[in-house]
Design a protein around this ligand. Structure first.
Ligand code: IPE
Ligand code: IPE
Ligand code: MG
Length: 250
């Protein structure tokens, strides 16, 4: 795993655009991938896990510091019980099989979302892998599970309200920084790039607060087909964007 600054210097020397520090991905299209092959949806999810493995490895190699993957939304609980069971089973398998590998690659795992809705054994597995990898510095992999952007914002508002009620915080002290500090992962910078696969062009309740100035890249590729080349192409597109943050640039 290369150091981010070394990787960036090497890219600049080769005339390549800078790599975004934080890439977020809405991994979509597993079901359609399976359907096109007359396979059960679970087969698409299984292939999707392979894409996760590759993207995590490549992101680390090219010097991305934070990678956030939308694994399961708060709305995905509405899916049929069998599909939820398949997805949770795959999550268990991924955590069991990949923990050592992630640790070996210097990946630090973090989870955002409503953990209370996850099964107790999954919560334990997540806590174990987070503890195992807590000191790693090569790449922070954030997995959004049972995650909803509105719920995250409401939760932050509730925390602020409780602090004000208890006299620990003055309403006037609530500013953007104070609000951000009550979100699920306040230490992680906002995404620079959001990629959504499968041709859908919507946020689906992902990182609503954090995406305020993120560049969006929508690709037709279905998530199970998303590989190194697809990631590099999205990064190339990001490199051609001009980020203005409301200001006027030359
Ligand atoms: C993404 O693929 C995986 C999850 C949302 C968990 P989908 O399961 O949404 O696949 P499509 O959108 O039906 O093709
Ligand atoms: C978003 O995909 C959630 C994840 C990728 C985990 P969905 O497939 O659930 O989103 P919609 O329903 O098409 O908006
Ligand atoms: Mg979908």
């Amino acid at each position: 795993m290369v150091d981010r600054s070394e990787a960036q210097t090497a890219r600049a020397q080769n005339g390549l655009p800078p790599v975004p520090r934080h890439v977020a991905i809405i991994m979509d299209g597993n079901g359609r991938w399976a359907k096109a092959r007359h396979l059960p949806r679970a087969a698409g999810h299984r292939k999707g896990v392979e894409a996760v493995r590759e993207v995590v490895r490549v992101a680390g190699e090219i010097g991305v510091s934070y990678l956030t993957l939308f694994g399961f939304s708060s709305e995905n609980w509405k899916r049929p019980e069998t599909e939820v069971r398949d997805l949770m089973g795959l999550l268990r398998l991924y955590l069991r099989r990949e923990a050592r590998e992630l640790h070996g690659q210097g990946v630090r795992l973090r989870v955002i979302g409503d953990r209370a809705r996850l099964a107790a054994d999954i919560r334990e597995q997540l806590a174990e892998v987070e503890a195992l990898t807590a000191a790693n510095t090569a790449l922070t992999l954030v997995i959004a599970l049972s995650y909803g952007g509105r719920a995250e914002i409401v939760e932050a508002a509730r925390r602020l309200a409780a602090e004000v009620r208890d006299g620990a915080l003055a309403p006037e002290a609530i500013d953007e920084a104070a609000f951000s500090a009550r979100l699920f992962a306040p230490d992680i910078p906002d995404p620079d790039l959001l990629i959504r696969t499968s041709g859908e062009q919507r946020i689906s309740n992902f990182l609503l607060w954090q995406l305020a100035y993120t560049e969006f890249v929508f690709v037709e590729t279905l998530w199970p087909d998303f590989d190194r080349a697809a990631l590099l192409a999205a990064l190339g597109e990001y490199g051609r964007r001009e980020r203005r943050y409301g200001a006027i640039t030359a």
